[in-house]
Design a protein around this ligand. Structure first.
Ligand code: DGJ
Length: 358
């Protein structure tokens, strides 16, 4: 009996460590976001998938220090009930880097901005990501693809490469050699593909949207009906505007774009645009951020626009606040999109509840 206080003193910290994170109800942009184990969520440059009553969050797993910006582990997955979006369960590593140094996804490569879509025809979950080969900086500019039978993986790497080799854009100028020689440079080997997203239209067609031609243009390319290959149809947008971080969404029958300028890991003023058809023409609408830190997009860079499950016209901007010197500490800035004069805007909120958007 005399040993009971000692036993309790020993057990209490263990019990506390094993206790699940208490339920949370608020999104606090820029704060530490705990998963169900109490760890800061590690899914940067993320993408989201609504499937089987849950929202699945895929993102870059970073490690401490500057090396954390290279892929030492792979793509991390979390999930939350579709009506929640604040409490996230750790689903583990969805795509693991390879221990084979000859693999395109060898540990130490760069895997950025993974996005997962579900293909109804094959039943597969398809992950696309921006891939840079180990030791080559950002020169490779490839798109990688992997598939899985379950949303959380494990994903099996299929292949990586540049996009649509040998095929000119649908909207190529009549005389590219005269108008823009850069349009010819990548024609034989394929289009560069860096910052990216995947957008699935209402008719089930999926599109790969990516920064190309040394980030000078954004391109939109159609995928085939398995979502694992490009079809050869693509357009070149915003020439000379140097945009990154593309996020696409649809509302009121129109296509909307939020992205950023090109300043490495440092935040800049976001961009936005609208089109009646996905192939364009696209019209720029300016910086959607509003308020004190609008010129830096509230110290964030877009990665996705998430339609509120069950209320898809209510949209959530999801961005990253990068911390390149200690990559694992990167934060998430999510803000409800507010419509002002027919344009999407991003006013700052210290804290907000997804439940209040319903
Ligand atoms: C900005 C991009 O949006 C990020 O995904 C990453 O590629 C950094 N640049 C690297 O500097």
């Amino acid at each position: 009996m005399r040993r009971l206080p000692l036993l309790l003193a020993l057990l209490c910290p263990l019990l506390a460590a094993a206790a699940p994170t208490p339920p949370q109800s608020e999104i606090r942009p820029g704060a530490l976001w705990e998963d169900d184990h109490g760890n800061h969520i590690n899914a940067h440059g993320g993408g989201f998938l609504l499937h089987a009553g849950r929202v699945w969050w895929f993102g870059e797993h970073k490690v401490p220090g500057e090396a954390g910006n290279t892929a030492q582990v792979g793509v991390h997955c979390y999930s939350s009930p579709a009506d929640d979006l604040v409490n996230w369960r750790d689903e583990g590593i969805a795509l693991r880097v390879s221990d084979d140094p000859a693999s395109p996804i060898a540990r130490g490569c760069i895997i950025e901005r993974p996005k997962v879509v579900h293909n109804a025809k094959t039943g597969k979950f398809v992950m696309w990501f921006h891939l840079e080969l180990k030791g080559r900086g950002y020169a490779a500019a490839q798109a990688g693809v992997a598939v899985a039978d379950r949303p959380e993986g494990p994903y099996v790497f299929l292949r990586a490469g540049r996009v649509n080799p040998g095929i000119p854009a649908q909207n190529a100028p009549a005389d590219p050699a005269k108008e823009a020689p850069i349009y010819l440079r990548d024609l034989p080997g394929g289009q560069m593909a860096r910052d990216m997203t995947i957008f699935v239209d209402d008719d089930g067609t999926a599109y790969h949207v990516y920064a190309s031609e040394d980030n000078r243009t954004l391109q939109i390319a159609a995928l085939d009906d398995t979502y694992t290959r490009h079809t050869g149809r693509y357009v070149r947008l915003f020439p000379g505007r140097y945009m990154e971080a593309p996020a696409l969404f649809k509302k009121d029958g129109k296509y909307w774009f939020i992205g950023s300028g090109c300043t490495g890991w440092a935040p800049n003023a976001a961009r936005s645009a609208v089109a009646d058809a996905i192939w364009g023409p696209w019209t720029e609408l300016g910086n959607p951020a509003r308020g004190e830190n609008a010129e830096k997009t509230h110290f964030s860079q877009s990665t996705y626009v998430l339609p509120l499950p069950g209320k898809p016209d209510t949209l959530i901007y999801c961005g990253d606040r990068w911390t390149p010197k200690n990559a694992i500490d990167g934060r998430y800035v999510w803000l409800p999109i507010v419509w002002e004069d027919g344009k999407p805007t991003l006013p700052w909120r210290d804290a907000w509840r997804p439940a209040d958007l319903r």
